[in-house]
Design a protein around this ligand. Structure first.
Ligand code: AHR
Length: 516
């Protein structure tokens, strides 16, 4: 059993003894102790030139019969706008460190054909480049986060890309931008200095990467009206040594944040990750267990960051996360196309609760990846589009974007499988600018309803409304044949009893409540 001090912003205590098989939980929401803003950017996305994320995903081309704007598919744009996607990371991933941005500007028929050696050796026609990505962000209404090429690019190349995007000053580079149809700079706010530099981004040691970072970051300038938030390529999971070397040796004025990548592999075995839809309770449990380990990854890395930056000025950007399964049978293994079940929605909802509760340090998150790759929000097949259960989680949780975190103290029964156990319930709470409180609750126990008794300190409320996402089976999913199998429904099992909020949280469900 672990109980954190009530003075801390995150106060989750789980009764972890298997001897207690309670079906009730208690929650205290300290509305009189409003904390930091939960950055909307925690709800960001990641899209890479990988499989069918960009090509045959976002990008269908101008001449497609699928409704599009300048080649960008409009049904996807509409879906992402509806859930307030705040931020998009691009062009990779591993692809970022092989991408040369000048290949993707100018008339399309003059753009070189290259090979995507990161993902399947397919021919990249470079039709989707800088202008197309920036147009996509404009259409969605989100900010751009571009990952620059450290692995195989030069300092000059990266520096000129920033100039092309952000400079209002006259130069050959900005003239080129104008010649290509864009007069004004875009003001890209976030800039990744490489990606996974410990792996596909160059197989560097942290000491080598620090040297690269200092040089590249120095020449990625701010331009008038365009401050650039630079993000260092951080550790793989909870490799704290990598984080330590970066935090110690990179001048803090050169870095807005450090990235962290953590993927949830259902079996824990990269060689056989497990099917996205054909699994039993063992893999269901294993997936949730590994997803919840995000809490430890963040706390381990944050402890190192605290050592060098106790004021928490440097952000942790979890800019790749999500469930990573085996590909769908019969699809290209290099394309990473997977389905997405209720289990994955519960994993995403639990992860977002973890991010919210650590939003003093975690100020960015990017789900991998938005369309047709890994734990997507959207799957496409020709003109058809399916919204995944994970999509609905982001829609339900958008109420936390830029709201203030409220500390909680949660006492949860365990979800027990064999000799192992996990806290059945996880949660986070926030208060928005209108004074409405939102509580997101997840019950990962696949068979027990859990009654949650919630008390509030410092807040009177009279009305509760809510929405729920659940399904009959934890491996249910939305298919092209049955696209609405899982969708958000109204939740009416939350009531005010005296001063308490009493919620009956069904098995394998997530609920978001609004209190006014
Ligand atoms: O998201 C797929 C890949 O996973 C990314 O390209 C890479 O950064 C990570 O290893």
């Amino acid at each position: 059993m672990r109980i954190n001090s009530f003075l801390l912003p995150i106060m989750i205590c789980a009764i972890s003894s298997g001897a207690f098989s309670q079906s009730t939980a208690t929650l205290r929401v300290q509305a009189d102790s409003v904390q930091q803003t939960i950055s909307k950017d925690i709800y960001g996305m990641f899209s890479e030139h990988l499989g069918r994320d960009i090509y045959d995903g976002f990008w269908v081309g101008k001449n497609s019969a699928i409704p599009n704007k300048d080649g960008i598919r409009l049904d996807i744009v509409k879906a992402l706008k509806a859930i307030n996607v705040p931020l998009m990371r691009w062009p990779g991933g591993c692809f970022a460190d092989q991408y040369h941005w000048m290949d993707g500007i100018g008339p399309k028929d003059k753009r070189p054909q290259t090979v995507n050696s990161s993902w399947g050796g397919v021919t990249e026609d470079n039709y989707f480049g800088t202008h197309e990505f920036m147009e996509l962000c404009d259409l969605i209404g989100c900010q751009a986060y571009i990952a620059g090429n450290v692995g195989s690019g030069t300092v000059k190349e990266m520096s000129q890309w920033v100039e092309y995007l952000n400079s209002p000053l006259k130069s050959s580079i900005t003239d080129l931008r104008k010649q290509n149809g864009r007069d004004k700079p875009w003001h890209v706010p976030f800039w990744g200095v490489g990606n996974e530099s410990w792996g596909c981004g160059g197989n560097m040691t942290p000491e080598e990467y620090v040297d690269f970072y200092r040089r590249y970051a120095t020449f990625c300038h701010d331009y008038p009206g365009a401050h650039l938030n630079k993000i260092a390529s951080g550790p793989n999971g909870n490799d704290t040594h990598w984080m330590d070397v970066l935090m110690k040796n990179i001048p803090h004025n050169l870095m807005w944040g450090v990235s962290v990548h953590y993927y949830t592999i259902p079996t824990g075995n990269w060689g056989h990750k497990g099917s996205a839809t054909q699994f039993g309770e063992d893999q269901y449990f294993g997936t949730l267990k590994r997803a919840l380990e995000m809490n430890k990854v963040i706390e381990d890395e944050a402890a190192v960051m605290d050592k060098y930056d106790p004021a928490k000025k440097i952000a942790m950007a979890v800019d790749e996360w999500g469930v990573w399964t085996d590909v769908e049978p019969g699809t290209n293994p290099a394309f990473l196309y997977q389905q997405n079940s209720l289990r994955d929605a519960l994993a995403a909802a639990s992860t977002l609760n973890i991010f919210n509760n650590h939003s003093d340090r975690v100020r960015m998150g990017n789900l991998a990846q938005t369309v047709n790759v890994l734990q997507s929000l959207v799957l496409t097949k020709g003109a058809k589009m399916v919204l995944t259960p994970t999509y609905y989680v982001f829609g339900m949780y958008k109420v936390h974007q830029d709201a203030k975190l409220l500390p909680i103290k949660l006492s949860s029964p365990d979800y027990i499988l064999g000799n192992d156990h996990l806290p059945a319930v996880n949660a986070s709470a926030s208060i928005d600018s209108t004074g409405a409180i939102h509580i997101s609750l997840v019950n990962i126990d696949p068979s027990k309803t859990i009654t949650i008794h919630t008390s509030f300190e410092g807040k009177n409320w009279s009305k509760v409304t809510g929405t729920i996402l659940t399904s009959e089976k934890f491996n249910d999913y939305n298919s092209f044949e049955n696209p609405n199998k899982i969708k958000v429904a109204k939740f009416s099992n939350a009531k005010k009893e005296k001063d308490e909020l009493v919620v009956n949280l069904p098995p394998k469900s997530l609920v978001v409540l609004e209190l006014k």
